[in-house]
Design a protein around this ligand. Structure first.
Ligand code: HEC
Length: 455
């Protein structure tokens, strides 16, 4: 067994314990554990998590069947309504920004956490019936009286939880326990057990639609994860019986707070990251002097390189031209920058660079992807994109399209002559700028325009 296998089992166990202990809790940790702990891809993680959480929850639900701990009818009704709501959530999720969704989700978790923490009860059954806000009534033995109001409340809340699950991915699982407690007046032990059934049903539909949409679930990793999950579920369910409803609710409330705060910090960090995403100015927002300076500086560099390249290529061939390029490309950019007397700073960059010192920064990368997107969707590339940096500097980008002449040095490696390949390998051991197709985006000329020129 490798370390990774062992880790997979351990992570699975953690999920299983928290599922056994709190019902929905496990699902929300599964995806982050898979992504950050085992370096799964996001899509893959969602698939594995659905399968593993579903299988673990089902196992847990079956374990509860014997002691009669669970309210299967309530759970199934709730799950059906939830399954119906999930697609609406997925649909909504594609239309609202992540930050808004997650902040709402975290706020809700914190609020529910407080309510669960404060809720008082001594005996499980009376706790439920003593709660004015419960929409369902219960007999003295604690069994549910399925009145119309109760059924409507269950279906509506199940549907809403489904919508939220679809919206947040698997995170909605965490809501099932509190909603079952608060709406149906179920005691927490039963709610945890019932939520396991709800979760496994929702996961089954999730796995089916995941595979339906072309997703694949790696078998070995999933099996190990599920194995750990079953182990954890066994332990978690045992542990749960050691705790009073009060303690259990508080553990639950505390983990709601933990997850809520975790999401808020993650969110703040993403929001910070998003702030760094540059805003591309609309055409009418670009000041004339920026457009003019950008264009003329970019074409000055373009011309100077082109003249140099074609002259050397013709005279001495591509191997020499590469050497000239190596010596002269940097100085050519500096010369143009000097020509603009500090009003404009010019350089070339690309997503795949030949010279590492031409590597793009975060903003360059964003803009280059923007150009690529245009290109892939078959639109004409814009002549320029302009963005504004935090210090007020304008940044002007002009796309460079791969032409036939560029292919000698930027085309497929197999088409190059041996001396050319050797020269490239010597000068640029890290060369990533080969294999371009004619007509594709090779890179950009970037011009930083600091200040309005005095006139
Ligand atoms: C004679 C070979 C040769 C030809 C032809 C050539 N290039 Fe290059 N190109 C180079 C070399 C060498 C570098 C690295 C220059 C340096 O060290 O800064 C480079 C760098 C670049 C860069 C800067 C980013 C990077 O990868 O480091 C861009 C953008 C670029 N070339 C675009 C083009 C385009 C567009 C064409 C065609 C119009 C072209 N090149 C034709 C050799 C060539």
């Amino acid at each position: 067994m490798t370390t990774i296998d062992l880790l997979t089992v351990i992570y699975g166990t953690v999920i299983g314990i928290s599922l056994g202990l709190t019902g929905g809790g496990g699902s929300i940790f599964a995806v982050p554990l898979l992504i950050y702990g085992l370096h799964s891809g996001v899509r893959e993680a969602v698939g594995i998590s659905l399968a593993a959480v579903g299988a673990t929850a089902l196992f847990g639900a079956l374990m509860q069947l014997r002691p009669g701990q669970m309210e299967a009818k309530t759970a199934i009704l709730f799950a059906l309504a939830g399954t119906a709501g999930a697609p609406l959530g997925t649909w909504l999720g594609a239309r609202v920004s992540d930050v808004v969704i997650l902040t709402g989700f975290a706020a809700m978790m914190l609020a529910i956490g407080i309510r669960m923490w404060r809720q008082k009860s001594d005996s499980p059954v009376s706790a439920a019936s003593g709660n004015r806000r419960n929409l369902c009534e219960r007999k003295d033995d604690g069994s549910l009286i399925p009145g119309t109001r109760c059924i409507i409340a269950l279906v509506t809340s199940g549907f809403l939880v489904g919508v939220l699950s679809g919206l947040f991915g698997v995170g909605g699982g965490f809501l099932i326990v509190p909603v079952l407690v608060l709406v149906s007046g179920m005691d927490i032990h039963r709610a945890v057990a019932s939520s396991l059934l709800v979760i496994s049903l929702i996961c089954v539909s999730g796995v089916v639609s995941f595979i339906w949409q072309g997703g694949t679930i790696p078998p070995l990793l999933s099996l190990l994860f599920i194995g750990g999950g079953l182990l954890g579920m066994f332990t978690g369910s045992r542990l749960r019986k050691q705790f009073s409803p009060q303690t259990l609710r508080r553990i639950f409330a505390a983990s709601m707070w933990g997850v809520g705060l975790f999401i808020l910090t993650q969110n703040a960090m993403t929001a910070e990251g998003e702030k760094a995403d540059p805003v591309v100015l609309k055409k009418e927002e670009i000041p004339d002097y920026v457009r003019d300076t950008g264009k003329s500086a970019a074409s000055a560099l373009g011309m100077s390189l082109k003249t140099m390249l074609s002259a050397t290529m013709k005279e001495f061939g591509p191997v020499e031209a590469i050497k000239v390029c190596n010596h002269a490309a940097g100085p050519a950019a500096e010369a143009v920058t000097k020509q603009f007397k500090g009003g404009a700073e010019v350089r070339r960059t690309a997503l795949r660079v030949r010279n590492p010192s031409n590597a793009p920064d975060k903003i360059d990368t964003f803009i280059l992807h923007q150009f690529e997107k245009n290109f892939e969707s078959g639109q004409d590339l814009p002549e320029q994109l302009v963005t504004r940096l935090e210090d007020g500097t304008y940044r002007h980008y002009q796309p460079l399209i791969t032409q036939k002449v560029c292919l000698t040095c930027h085309g497929g490696k197999e088409a190059m002559s041996d001396p050319l390949r050797t020269a490239l390998a010597e000068l640029y051991p890290d060369d990533k700028a080969t294999g371009f197709q004619p007509g594709s985006l090779r890179g950009v000329i970037r011009v930083d325009i600091k200040s309005k020129p005095d006139n």
